[in-house]
Write a new protein. Sequence first.
Length: 373
Amino acid sequence: MYTMTPAPRPTPIAEEESVDPLADVLAAIAPPDAEAMAAARERQDRMTKPRGSLGALEEVSVRLAGLAGSCPPPLPEPACVAVFAADHGVHAQGVTPWPQEVTAQMVANFLAGGAVVNAFAAQAGAEVTVIDIGVAAELGPADGLLSRKVGYGTADFTQGPAMTRDQAMQALVTGAEIARDLVAAGHRCLVTGDMGIANTTASAALICAFTGADAADATGRGTGIDAATYARKIDVVCRGLDRHQPGFPDPAEPVGVLAAFGGFEHAALAGFILGAAALRVPVILDGVIAGAAALAAVALAPDAVAACFAGHRSAEPGHAVTLSYLGLRPLVDLGLRLGEGTGAVLALPLVQSAARALRDVATFDSAGVAQKS
């Protein structure tokens, strides 16, 4: 198990080049265990059911076994939803009718238990933890809130980089530390959540940068904007991408891409995914924000995708682009576009059921059930 020191303060470039605070995390990420996956497939074929009859859940169980390196794998419970909250400078471009203050107000709603993610998490038996990684307001201490603020919102990426490289790295390390601490507290499944007005705009820019998709194909209506605002939003993404040419961040240099376009929550979620992968604990991804963060995580460590389970397919078009690029199959497709972690929490019982079936269902031999001839 890796250990990490607290996120460093911004350092001079020369020192930054000589120290990689994510090195321990990245070094701990390994490919899935092929023997455990083979054993899981073999057991699925001997269980008291027709072969393949559990559909996608069979592959989920195989992937869980490969991640854990054992068959059957540990049950992915208890679970915790980590809601990373931050604000975005690109909000100034008029990409959403919602005021920026809503981010802080929704954090208060999460903490009071009044948001949809709270209701869904209660139904699924999951804990909710909220992390202030970059809300543009001063938030006082509260039960269930972790203050890990990197800054008071990012800069406007149409005018320059959304954050400095130091800030992006600090948010990445913080996300990995949150994953480490939640696993150390006994959680065996991590769920991504997010909150940040205008974060679907930053997500679209990240998806374009990492996958090469066109802005029109990666940009959606977010909270339900009208046609004029939608056209403006696509134009903002295009201007942001153009703003960083020449010298466009190389997708092979993901920290630079995060710094150019991402939010503090994107970088922290990427670190959260990396932390889960390093500890070989499954992480259920929510929608387009988590997907954009996963692109950064997998660019940093390709084997991290083995820890990722797509909770659902968001109605945001950029999410379909992302899932295709990552090769992930969503477990739920209900036209959701709320965020917060809601779609991922709905998929939690499916992931848990896949693991439980592999562990608990009898085989034909053990149950004395005849197989087909």
